[in-house]
Design a protein around this ligand. Structure first.
Ligand SMILES: NC(=O)c1ccc[n+]([C@@H]2O[C@H](COP(=O)([O-])OP(=O)(O)OC[C@H]3O[C@@H](n4cnc5c(N)ncnc54)[C@H](OP(=O)(O)O)[C@@H]3O)[C@@H](O)[C@H]2O)c1
Length: 282
């Protein structure tokens, strides 16, 4: 879609894949409304967007997406400020070597990488429908292929392993995208997710332990640039080729079959119900 005058809400735009994508979208005429957690990083990104497109009233709202109350507050703030949202990009995510529990009692991958996508998207539904045809694009990962689903232990209380917890959260992204597409069929809002590749961003830098070391070495040796990593995001946000596609998992700007587990519709419905209950949105 042409982006002149379009409103794009985006999380995780202060670094890596999201930052490059936000700049690309601004260059194509979009007005960016960012959700960031750190003021210095938020203002720096905003300054870059303003340098690219000084006439567009880019905005930044602050929230720590590890906390449900913050997800809800920032979504309410944005819904009040933006009557129409043409594009929502759920991209903020992180890796945690050791099990951390948020103020809401949620395992941190579950909260940041999954619940934040869920809460923000659902709370902006009316604004997206008002702009239809509109799009939701979420950053998932090829790491979901190795995930072992355990719906009885969503908070990974048993036998926690950092990378496996990350993989599970990215599996939830794919399952949730498919379920959301089913629920929003006929609204004029499409929802798709993608794998960006292994990308040299700040991903994993603060994860701690051997895992962070391994990711850092891997990034030096084989990772692609954030510019390449952002390509499928920008493609899903803008290309007329995907205008009618919803519920898809993409990589390298093409549809790809996700893992068998990711295609388990009954499990996706159960994940949805549990997430809604935990987020107080049941
Ligand atoms: N890099 C890869 O190889 C790779 C591969 C597959 C998928 N992904 C996914 O790509 C997405 C973007 O990651 P990236 O690689 O670009 O990493 P990154 O450089 O670390 O960027 C992560 C972004 O998420 C934000 N964020 C993290 N936790 C947050 C929180 N609690 N509240 C609000 N914002 C938060 C960060 O904000 P700050 O700037 O404040 O830190 C930053 O803007 C993630 O969903 C990641 O899982 C990455």
């Amino acid at each position: 879609m042409g982006l002149e005058g379009k409103v794009c809400v985006m999380t995780g735009a202060t670094s890596g894949i999201g930052e490059v994508a936000a700049e690309a979208l601004a260059r194509q005429g979009a007005r960016l409304v960012l959700i960031a957690r750190d003021e210095a990083r938020g203002e720096a990104t905003l300054a870059r967007l303003r340098a690219i497109a000084p006439a567009a009233a880019h905005r930044v709202h602050y929230a720590d997406l590890a906390r449900i109350a913050e997800m809800k507050r920032v979504a309410t703030e944005i819904a009040a400020a933006e009557p129409r949202i043409d594009l929502l990009v759920n991209n903020a995510g992180a890796l945690f070597t050791t099990r951390e529990v948020t103020a809401d009692g949620l395992e941190k991958h579950f909260a940041v990488n999954h619940v934040a996508y869920f809460v923000i998207t659902l709370m902006l539904r009316e604004r997206l429908v008002a702009a239809a045809p509109a799009r939701v694009v979420s950053t998932a990962s090829g790491a979901h292929y190795g995930a072992r689903l355990d719906l009885d232990d969503l908070q990974y209380a048993n036998g926690y392993r950092g990378f496996q917890a990350y993989q599970r959260s990215k599996l939830y992204n794919v399952m949730w995208t498919r379920e959301l597409a089913r629920r929003w069929a006929g609204t004029g809002v499409t929802v798709n997710c993608f794998h960006p590749g292994f990308v040299a961003t700040r991903y994993g830098d603060n994860a701690g332990g051997l895992l962070a070391f391994g990711v850092r070495v891997g990034k030096k040796l084989v990772a692609i640039s954030p510019e390449k990593g952002a390509r499928t995001l920008v493609y899903l946000a803008t290309s007329p080729e995907v205008a009618g596609i919803t519920g898809g998992y993409f990589t390298r700007c093409a549809l790809k079959t996700p893992s068998e587990t990711a295609q388990n519709d009954a499990a996706a419905r159960r994940l949805w119900d549990e997430t809604a209950r935990l987020a107080g949105m049941g």
